[in-house]
Design a binder for this molecule. Structure first.
Ligand SMILES: [Zn+2]
Length: 156
């Protein structure tokens, strides 16, 4: 709950800074960071919401700071373009996050096949016998084994 409030504050602070700095200074990186953070921490759906808040906050602050649109169409085009750009940020973060999760899952599966010393990270080709696929995926099948050096057997 605290983190959700901090994320909301991130958007609020960004919009506030955007209002204070006026039209000449852009704070787009802060909107990008806020959108990326909520997408990373939650989901693409929340990232869409973050993209909406960022686009609306940017457009709102420039109007409050004195930018006058001669037509509402131009304002809507800018608003839509900004939303699209922030949506790309949310999408990119989501793809990266899913890719990272897939790699972690592959690594977790590889740990069943490769014996790795948890202390120094060295690999061992030796396995502790034959076992069925059911045994392989049973919880806790893979024993934690230290290499001889880390377990003290390799030291002289
Ligand atoms: Zn080791």
């Amino acid at each position: 709950m605290v983190f959700v409030l901090l994320e909301a504050a991130l958007f609020g602070i960004t919009i506030f800074v955007d209002l204070v700095t006026g039209l000449e200074v852009t704070v787009v990186p802060f909107y990008v960071i806020a959108t990326a953070v909520v997408t990373w921490r939650h989901s693409f759906a929340v990232g869409i919401l973050g993209a909406m808040i960022s686009a609306a906050g940017w457009t709102y602050s420039e109007i409050v700071d004195g930018l006058y649109y001669t037509s509402s169409f131009a304002m809507m085009v800018n608003l839509g373009s900004r939303f699209g750009a922030f949506l790309l940020v949310a999408y990119g973060v989501t793809v990266y996050r899913q890719s990272l999760a897939a790699h972690r899952e592959r690594l977790r599966l590889l740990e069943y096949f490769v014996c790795c010393c948890p202390s120094c990270g060295r690999l061992s080709a030796a396995r502790d016998g034959w076992f069925s696929p059911a045994e392989l995926f049973a919880g806790g099948r893979h024993p934690v084994r230290y290499c001889p050096e880390c377990s003290g057997q390799g030291r002289k």
